[in-house]
Design a protein around this ligand. Structure first.
Ligand SMILES: O=P(O)(O)O[C@H]1O[C@H](CO)[C@@H](O)[C@H]1O
Ligand SMILES: O=c1cc[nH]c(=O)[nH]1
Length: 237
């Protein structure tokens, strides 16, 4: 096992879906995968492997925030050989055009995290971006299911209860659709280790309008996003 995942090498598929919520991981495995088995309960950050249309797929909870997803993505890639990581998360909408339950494919992720300032000595504003093949695959998969996926940039915020709500709202004026807390780290680590990553997000609340879905819906109702993710990761097999 690795430091934070209780699986043997070979128990985790090359294709991994990564919800922040470990109970969303359980719901995805039980609802969408065939013959899913749980390979890790360490810290209750559940991981499952099964098949989707005959292709091995794993689902690993990432936890909330950049430090947590960085640990799981690092170990999935370096200890278990994961090559395709698709985050399936929730987000808070900034753009007026977005409605609750809309699905976003994050083409890039701005962040207020210092991870890349540290990495590049504060000299470079690194731009974490999605893998283009996965992004195109997700757009095609959504079209095949008649789902209107919104492609755009998101903010990966370090702080959920921010003292500076003016900053995300200002970013909305620069095309940032929504706020979540992990994509920038996932994209950066995927680039560092030469693997593929994409963040798909479902709008669970609207930050500007003050609308929100309940916790049970965030855990167990984002079927469209999950189906797009599964179609995408299994498209080339
Ligand atoms: O629903 P998940 O995937 O956890 O994603 C979003 O929800 C959490 C905050 O409530 C953060 O992790 C944010 O990125
Ligand atoms: O990070 C997040 C996720 C959902 N909603 C928010 O407002 N922020």
């Amino acid at each position: 096992m690795s430091t934070h995942i209780g699986a043997e090498r070979g128990q985790i598929a090359e294709r991994v879906l990564m919800p922040g919520d470990p109970l969303r991981a359980k719901w995805i495995a039980e609802t969408f995968l065939t013959d899913a088995t749980c390979y890790s309960t360490v810290r209750n950050m559940f991981g499952f492997t099964g098949t989707y249309r005959g292709v091995p797929v794993s689902v690993q909870g990432s936890g909330m925030g950049i430090p947590s997803i960085s640990i799981y993505a690092h170990e999935l890639i370096n200890d278990y050989g994961a090559t395709t990581l698709v985050r399936v998360g929730s987000c808070g909408a900034l753009a007026d055009s977005l409605q609750l339950r809309d699905v976003i494919a994050a083409i890039g992720a701005s962040t207020d995290s210092a991870i890349n300032r540290q990495r590049f000595d504060g000299m470079i504003d690194y731009a974490p971006v999605a893998d283009f093949g996965l992004l195109r695959g997700a757009v095609d998969a959504a079209a095949g299911r008649d789902i209107d996926v919104k492609v755009g940039q998101v903010l990966s915020a370090d702080v959920f209860y921010t003292d500076r709500p003016d900053l995300p709202e200002r970013l909305a004026g620069y095309g940032v659709l929504a706020v979540e807390m992990e994509a920038a780290a996932l994209y950066t680590l995927a680039a560092k280790f030469d693997v593929r990553a994409l963040a798909l997000l479902t709008v669970s609340d609207h930050i500007v309008r003050g609308e929100a879905l309940p916790a049970a819906d965030r855990e167990r109702s984002f079927s469209q996003m999950v189906e797009i993710a599964l179609d995408t990761v299994t498209a080339e097999s």
